[in-house]
Design a protein around this ligand. Sequence first.
Ligand code: APR
Length: 262
Amino acid sequence: MSQEHQQTIETVADLIHGANSVVVFTGAGISTESGIPDFRSAGGLWERYDPEEFTYQKFMSSENSRKLMWQLAKEFAPVLENAEPNPAHQAVVRLEEMNKLVCIITQNVDYLHQKAGNSESKVVELHGTMRYIRCLSCGQRYTAQEIQAVLEDGVEIPECHHCAGILKHEAIAFGEAMPAQAMLKAEHASKNCDVFIVIGSSLVVYPAASMPVVAKRSGASLIIVNREPTDLDSFADYIIRGSAGEAMDAILKSVEQRMDRA
Ligand code: APR
């Protein structure tokens, strides 16, 4: 670790140690060390699949699009099911245990923050979740596991068992309305925190990527932990370039040392 990198870790640890309200904002990059591919890194999901095929309009209007979506979901389900939280997720749990964490605004649909031990009420899922599936006609909710069993029985496009309606994951597709409650909670938290930490996001998808800007404009210190440059690096007070797991573990260790000395 370079001298400059270590110095930034220490400075960020000082900020968090002195903070009362920390918001963590996560993207797919926090979960790659858990074995879940991100979208825009080399080899990411959007290199292997065309995101244009997964818009809400296509899903609703074309049976073929629904077939493609369920095929991807069937392949992806075991990866999600077997993924374990990594040191970056565990560092965020330690922030909650210190009573410093206002909430986690996550773009991820992998429910790894909840698996790691963060309270459900602290996790704001801006892009929904792959954990549940809902009937778009009668609203009946299913778990991913229930429908995975149907897919593994050979059904290509599962239908609602109650009304034969269209089933869709509760993950927000491109062009689908954002969850209003989650957006309100994320905006309020971003406006009222003193430290806002981005972990593992390219910050190119809106309205999610507006949250770091809202926080910065509201007076928060903005920290970006990311392996590659992001679209908002010029806004950040501190940038930590590298592995989310290593960086977040190092930061929390430094905060805990300060707390022991206090
Ligand atoms: N440590 C730190 N950063 C990492 C790591 C890691 N181990 N692995 C990947 N990254 C970084 C990548 O360099 C990249 O900049 O995480 C970022 C992930 O960016 P994206 O793949 O664009 O993911 P994300 O920002 O979450 O995408 C936002 O786009 O397709 C939609 O709905 C989807 O929620 C997603 C949204």
